[in-house]
Design a protein around this ligand. Structure first.
Ligand SMILES: [Zn+2]
Ligand SMILES: [Zn+2]
Length: 323
């Protein structure tokens, strides 16, 4: 969910960087620019009690929303700890914000990571990687674990596996012994393992070989296109990239869908999309409150849902754990 798609400063249409990843019942916020709380309030999600915030780097257009959001959570009497992950320098930054934020009602847990560090999660991992922005920074990739293959009901019937718990055991990849003494193994009733999804978020960066590697085969790559080719020199000086350069990274990394964000205020979107699509056709340039749906591969391809985060408010407790 794109909460902010502008680079460096807000425009009337676009807020600066913030991206919410929804996976099952989880809400992971990547970057928190000025105004992010209000963007959340305007969205279908609302300003929920986020458990985790991930920061790509400490430029103002990525972190100025943190103190305000911390404060709002405290005013609401939050008790749940808030985990903040970011590159080296996170503790220092939050230390200097202390005077602004004041006393909190909950614990702020800070985690400084170095490129290459990995957070292991239930069903996925969050891997960090180096980007090229001239400052302490992290790219993030969310990589789901491989899922067991599809359960073959006919095969199970033929082998005489009864309905009920025995099938659940097989679905988890374990063997079962039937009352008649026959042992059935998981590979007899499961199809080939199915790959999980991969989402890569670079934050601000110049083009870099390491990003091609980290983004390899991603279903969705969210990266920046601050400029177009006519400002390639400026992109180089400021360690950002052009739409064409971002598209070239996507093409070489063989990604499914490229989403370009962090647009300089002189661009409206269509010109950035046109430039990128000449090199990589599967490119979208989301606006604030657009959503990218990322189904499992067997159910379709990732696609942009315009305004998908506006209007209807989703039920608070969504627990559709991915299968
Ligand atoms: Zn930025
Ligand atoms: Zn930056």
């Amino acid at each position: 969910m794109f909460l902010g798609t502008a680079g460096s400063m807000p425009t009337a249409q676009r807020a600066p960087a913030a991206l919410l990843v929804r996976r099952g019942g989880e809400r992971l916020l990547f970057d928190c620019a000025e105004g992010t709380q209000r963007q959340l309030l305007r969205s279908s999600v609302g300003l929920v009690e986020l458990r985790e915030v991930f920061v790509t780097h400490f430029h103002a257009d990525h972190v100025l929303g943190l103190p305000g959001m911390f404060k709002t959570f405290a005013l609401r009497g939050r008790e749940l700890p808030l985990e903040v992950y970011g590159p080296r320098g996170l503790v220092d930054l939050l230390g200097s914000l202390k005077r602004v934020v004041g006393k909190l009602t909950y614990e702020l847990r800070l985690h400084e990571l170095a490129p290459g560090d990995v957070l292991e999660r239930d069903g996925y991992r969050l891997a960090t990687f180096a980007v090229a922005h001239g400052v302490s920074a992290l790219g993030w990739s969310l990589i789901e674990s491989t899922r067991p293959g599809r359960f073959d009901v006919e095969a199970a019937d033929a082998l005489g596996v009864p309905d009920g718990p025995a099938r659940g055991v097989l679905q988890r990849g374990e063997a079962v012994t039937l009352p008649d003494g026959l042992t059935v193994t998981a590979d007899q009733v499961l199809g080939p393992p199915r790959s999980g999804r991969k989402l890569v978020i670079t934050g601000d960066t110049a083009p870099a070989e390491g990003i091609v590697e980290s983004a390899w085969g991603a279903d969705v790559l969210v990266t920046e296109a601050t400029f177009s080719e006519e400002e390639r020199g400026r992109a180089h000086e400021t360690m950002h990239q052009t739409a064409a350069q971002a598209a070239d990274v996507a093409r070489r990394a063989n990604v499914g869908l490229l989403a370009l964000t962090h647009l300089s205020n002189r661009y409206f979107g269509p010109e950035i999309a046109r430039e990128a699509r000449e090199i990589f056709a599967e490119t979208v340039v989301p606006r604030d409150f657009d959503v990218i749906d990322m189904p499992f591969a067997e159910r379709g391809s990732p696609h942009l849902v315009k305004g998908g985060a506006l209007h209807r408010r989703e039920p608070e407790a969504v627990s559709s754990a991915p299968e």
